[in-house]
Design a binder for this molecule. Structure first.
Ligand SMILES: O=P(O)(O)OC[C@H]1O[C@](O)(COP(=O)(O)O)[C@@H](O)[C@@H]1O
Ligand SMILES: [Mg+2]
Ligand SMILES: [Mg+2]
Length: 312
């Protein structure tokens, strides 16, 4: 039988997949604009200036030229889409109102892990999408989330609330389907722990020891996107960036990093918690809010919560 072009699993491109799975054309448009932007971001990563930009972001962190450039690339494409109301980026200190009549609002980290580009490790872009004009709301209200991983291969993972789907960039820089409905197993054998261990609380320390006792393997690159992607695509394990002595909210940002990843992880059948509460239930008080995170296989996350409830 001769198939219609684009219908074999490895030829289903992102737009086609979205059309088949998602009625809303504007949401399809937003996701495809971001996919297009990622072609320029990957080009910037491959060939761009590795130096500092001479500016700092909302967190007082020194911005790299690549952070600023990636932010600009994404912002431009999002504005160009014509359907965006509000944008909040990890690299800008205020919410940008684009178009009051826009249907969706976006939170994003344009180039997560940018300090790893000079050592040639993997980095990524993280996106959260909300209906309406409010970016400062609970993650559970998100309508879609996605990330792009710039690694040896460039992959894109998205969810619009009906499972998690993985795509890879082909030689024409188009994203084609790798797998649909990525699934997390209930418990895992890999763990990815951020933060200095001598600053861990007793509960987190005991949790880590329990993972080591059951033979879990350490897998930490220092890039949130590749570290989460490893857990998700292997379908098991846990990533954590816990509360630390001197940093009770850990390091990672609720709006830009945690909520989109928590949405994706839950859609794959996993869980995401701050150690006491579901990440997606946290009411954000500001765009710069940080939170501890334990994310991955459900039983592993539940175990982290148990140790923290008992020992802090
Ligand atoms: O260097 P640490 O403390 O292990 O922190 C690593 C974490 O910080 C981050 O680099 C923070 O993200 P940015 O690069 O966007 O600031 C994450 O990618 C990663 O999970
Ligand atoms: Mg980041
Ligand atoms: Mg960043």
């Amino acid at each position: 039988m001769v198939r219609e072009p684009g219908t074999t699993p490895f030829q289903v491109d992102l737009r086609r997949h979205l059309r088949e799975h998602e009625e809303d054309r504007d949401l399809t448009r937003v996701i495809c604009e971001i996919a297009t932007a990622s072609r320029y971001v990957i080009n910037a990563i491959r060939t761009g200036d590795l130096g500092v930009a001479g500016t700092s972001n909302l967190y007082g962190e020194e911005q790299l030229a690549l952070d600023v450039l990636s932010d600009r690339i994404l912002r431009k494409r999002l504005i160009h889409s014509g359907v965006i109301s509000t944008i909040a980026s990890e690299e800008t200190d205020e919410i940008i109102n684009v178009n009051l009549n826009g249907k969706y609002s976006i939170t994003y980290d344009p180039l997560d892990g940018s300090s790893l580009v000079d050592v040639n490790l993997a980095v990524g872009t993280i996106i959260g999408i909300y209906r309406g004009d409010n970016v400062l709301q609970r993650g559970r209200n998100m309508v879609a989330a996605m990330y792009i991983l710039y690694g040896p291969r460039c992959t894109l993972v998205y969810s619009t609330g009906s499972g998690v789907h993985e795509f890879a960039m082909n030689s024409l820089m188009e994203y084609t389907l790798i797998q649909e409905h990525v699934k997390m197993q209930p418990a895992g054998t890999i763990y990815s722990p951020g933060g200095q261990r001598n600053k861990y609380s007793p509960g987190v320390e005991k949790f880590i020891s329990s993972l080591e006792a059951k033979g879990s393997k350490l897998r930490y690159s220092g890039g949130f996107v590749p570290d989460i992607n490893q857990v998700l695509i292997k379908g098991q394990g846990i990533f954590m960036y816990p509360h630390l002595e001197g940093a009770p909210n850990g390091k990672l940002r609720l709006l830009y990093e945690l909520n989109p990843m928590a949405f994706i992880m839950e859609q794959a059948g996993g869980a995401a918690s701050n150690g006491r509460e579901r990440i997606l239930d946290i009411e954000p008080e500001g765009i710069d809010q940080r939170s501890p995170v334990f994310i991955g296989s459900k039983e592993d996350v539940a175990m982290a919560e148990k140790f923290i409830a008992e020992f802090g």
